[in-house]
Design a protein around this ligand. Structure first.
Ligand SMILES: O=C(O)CCC(=O)C(=O)O
Length: 300
């Protein structure tokens, strides 16, 4: 039997900044900064920026926009505005250059507490490599390497799990976060005009419903003059799986009140956490292939 465990948590106001970006890094940083201050003015305690907020989204752009975290104008801005605004800032993501290996890049989220201290980083674990014929081909691994760890951030409002965009398609991240006591999963992301209408909201609702936790995803605003057209529709879903705040594709800030009591309440009335049967899911972490008889067999 698995009990539902939630880290000590309290209510907070979440803001998702659906930022309109450009090819000008400095302009992106300046705009992000002013939007974080605006969100704080409206009472936000936890603020999220979109995926690759300092750069256009495209494998050809990442090497040019990448920064080492130890000497990063983007990190400097995020740290100083988190402090000035007095918020926890989940700073979207930026292309990160490895400290030691200049050829190695990651898609990395940095998180700051209200004193401006960097308290967590998350390197996108699942790279966005897809090919939908005639619609979209995107191979993030052409220039990026994958991270290899999960990230759960301790805040004074409770523990929060994170993923970046394509990471949301892998339910294990949210499931592990929920089992570690996280009250919410936050995903900076940039879906597109093919997979956005198909899956963006559905994935958030699925992760929230399965894990009885809040889920939010923060997109860039759509720019039809850019090479990548983001879906927008930054959204917050509650632990019952219902959308509680969302928007269209334009530049905006989405706000939602997050109440950990809602997590406890749904977990009490539909007590999945006490009913799980880990005694019979033993092979869930094994990589299987289908043999000639149609059976799943362990990959050697
Ligand atoms: O999963 C998708 O459909 C989109 C993912 C994506 O855009 C990303 O990982 O940046």
């Amino acid at each position: 039997m698995t009990q539902s465990v939630l880290s000590p948590a309290s209510k907070f106001k979440l803001a998702l900044i659906q930022l309109g970006g450009s090819a000008n890094k400095q302009a992106n940083l300046t705009k992000a900064r002013s939007q974080v201050l605006e969100a704080a003015k409206q009472g936000a305690n936890v603020v999220v920026l979109p995926e690759c907020f300092n750069s256009p989204y495209g494998t050809n752009f990442f090497p040019e926009y990448a920064e080492k975290l130890s000497s990063s104008p983007s990190v400097d801005m995020l740290s100083s505005v988190a402090k000035e605004a007095g918020v926890y800032l989940f700073g979207g993501s930026i292309p990160e250059r490895d400290e030691k290996d200049d050829d190695k890049l990651y898609n990395t989220l940095t998180v700051f507490d209200p004193s401006g201290k960097m308290i967590a980083t998350h390197r996108k674990v699942h790279l966005f490599d897809i090919d939908v014929p005639g619609k979209i081909r995107f191979i993030e691994s052409e220039t990026l390497s994958a991270g290899d760890s999960l990230t759960h951030v301790d805040t004074k409002y409770g523990k929060i799990g994170v993923g970046i965009c394509y990471d949301i398609r892998f339910p294990e991240l949210a499931m592990v976060a929920a089992r570690k006591g996280c009250v919410a999963m936050l995903y900076p992301g940039a879906f597109n005009l093919t997979t956005g209408p198909m899956h963006w909201e559905l994935l958030q609702r699925a992760r929230a419903m399965d894990n009885q936790m809040y889920v939010a995803a923060c997109s860039p605003a759509r720019d039809m003059t850019a090479t990548y057209h983001a879906w927008g529709h930054s959204t917050v879903v509650d632990p019952k799986g219902m959308v509680v705040a969302t928007c269209d594709e334009k530049e905006t800030i989405v706000y939602a009140d997050i109440d950990p009591e809602e997590v406890q309440s749904i977990r009490s009335s539909i007590p999945l956490y006490d009913q799980r049967r880990f005694d019979i899911y033993g092979d869930v972490a094994e990589t299987v292939v289908i043999d000639e008889n149609g059976n799943g067999v362990k990959k050697q």
